[in-house]
Design a protein around this ligand. Structure first.
Ligand SMILES: NC(=O)C1=CN([C@@H]2O[C@H](COP(=O)(O)OP(=O)(O)OC[C@H]3O[C@@H](n4cnc5c(N)ncnc54)[C@H](OP(=O)(O)O)[C@@H]3O)[C@@H](O)[C@H]2O)C=CC1
Ligand SMILES: CC(=O)N[C@@H](CCC(=O)OP(=O)(O)O)C(=O)O
Length: 356
């Protein structure tokens, strides 16, 4: 069976990456692409690298363009997807790459985003371990996958959120690190900010320079990270989160540290991540002493993790890398859509990065 697919926001970075991956997917046929200011243009005019769908004409982003498809991927600015989705039939699988449906707490939405709250959807991170807070060591990703298999509405995680969650969740779920004193500093590529012109992203200002932003616990990804790590079994989750814009177009390299739980050995720490990712197709723990580079994941739906125990500091140091446009958005969206349609979770998704 082949599914007809619409991609809204196809002229943007996330939309373009969805199209690149969907072109290699054996069960999906993209028949509609939409845009905002670029509506009316051929796709070839905005994404010359995408030959498969080059002749499709970008329609306006409105419900009328999207109805009649089996699957709709939304890659729109925050706040733009809620109203459109309300007009789509319940039996259409809708996968939103934006933040509109990620947060389960309406107050958190009001605090960090604002505007109308359209409610949380099934969270599109199949690997997320979920635990009863009293028994974190029993956390597995089975519950998340089971929910995804039943849903018609998927909220794709934020890209920075994914990098941090993949880095820390296994240790929290297994109880080998403390959740109340987490620190994550991320090197992030510029494409995470989207295609529209922003003054802090002028080439003359980012080339050859690194700059922190969202400093002081004010980045909107903080509540989403806390939501995930709490679901993984963390109690009193507290994280200091600082992204640093670096001169690369794609990729995120997150360095996260956490206090070792009392009495835990280095071998037990490693075993926690090893067990969590042993059977995962897209999450991988690297051998001892090996740490990922962001570029190792370019183009792949893969998150790579390296870890070490800093005995002097009493902390675990986890380095996690992913491509913000693939495992950080478009790849995660397709992986979750595969599950929701009962397809092989890995269908159409590259596992190997492009390096160097
Ligand atoms: N870039 C990334 O790494 C990641 C992005 N995301 C999320 O994916 C979504 C898209 O991001 P990204 O592709 O980077 O952004 P871009 O700015 O590159 O693209 C935005 C898309 O939305 C369209 N658009 C702009 N304004 C409106 C509007 N008012 N109403 C409807 N459509 C509009 C644009 O159309 P046009 O260009 O024709 O005006 C374009 O197709 C965002 O919610 C983002 O947070 C999530 C994780 C990672
Ligand atoms: C460089 C840069 O600005 N990156 C963005 C990535 C956000 C993202 O893509 O996630 P959302 O879907 O939650 O917007 C940021 O840190 O805000």
């Amino acid at each position: 069976m082949s599914y007809s697919v619409a991609v809204a926001g196809a002229s943007g970075y996330a939309g373009g990456e969805l199209l690149r991956l969907l072109a290699a997917h054996p069960e999906f046929q993209v028949t509609t692409v939409t845009a905002h200011s670029n509506a009316g243009e051929k796709l070839a005019a905005v994404h010359p690298h995408l030959l498969t769908y080059a002749e499709l004409v970008l329609k306006p982003t409105e419900a009328a363009s999207l109805v009649g498809h089996d699957v709709v991927f939304l890659a729109l600015p925050h706040g733009a997807s809620g109203a459109i989705t309300a007009e789509l039939p319940d039996d259409v699988l809708v996968v939103d790459c934006g933040a509109d449906h990620r947060l389960t707490d309406p107050e958190a939405w009001a605090t960090w985003y604002g505007g109308e709250y359209y409610g949380a959807w099934t969270y599109g991170m199949p690997e997320l371990p979920r635990a009863d807070a009293d028994t974190p060591a029993t956390a597995t990703a089975a519950a998340q996958r089971a929910e995804l298999a039943q849903t018609k509405r998927i909220a794709v995680p934020g890209c920075n959120v994914s990098a941090v969650t993949f880095g820390l969740a296994p240790g929290i779920a297994a109880g080998v690190i403390q959740a109340d004193d987490l620190v994550s500093v991320l090197s992030v590529g510029t494409s995470g900010a989207g295609k529209s012109l922003k003054t802090n992203l002028l080439a003359s200002e980012i080339a050859g320079s690194a700059s922190a932003y969202g400093v002081g616990g004010v980045h909107r990804h903080v509540p989403e990270i806390i939501q995930n790590l709490t679901a993984a079994g963390g109690t009193g989750v507290s994280i200091s989160f600082t992204p640093v814009l670096v001169p690369m177009s794609r990729g995120i390299l997150a360095t996260s540290t956490a206090k070792l739980a009392p009495g835990v050995t280095a071998a037990e720490v490693r075993a926690a991540w090893q067990a969590a990712y042993a059977d995962e197709p897209f999450a991988h723990l690297l051998p001892e002493g090996v740490f990922p580079r962001s570029g190792d994941t370019t183009g792949a739906n893969t998150v790579l993790v390296g870890l070490a125990v800093d005995e002097r500091a009493g902390r675990v140091v986890v380095v996690s890398a992913l491509d913000n446009l693939v495992k950080g958005t478009a790849g995660a969206a397709i992986q979750s859509a595969n599950l929701a349609l009962g397809l092989d979770e890995t269908l159409g998704l590259p596992v190997n990065g492009v390096a160097p």
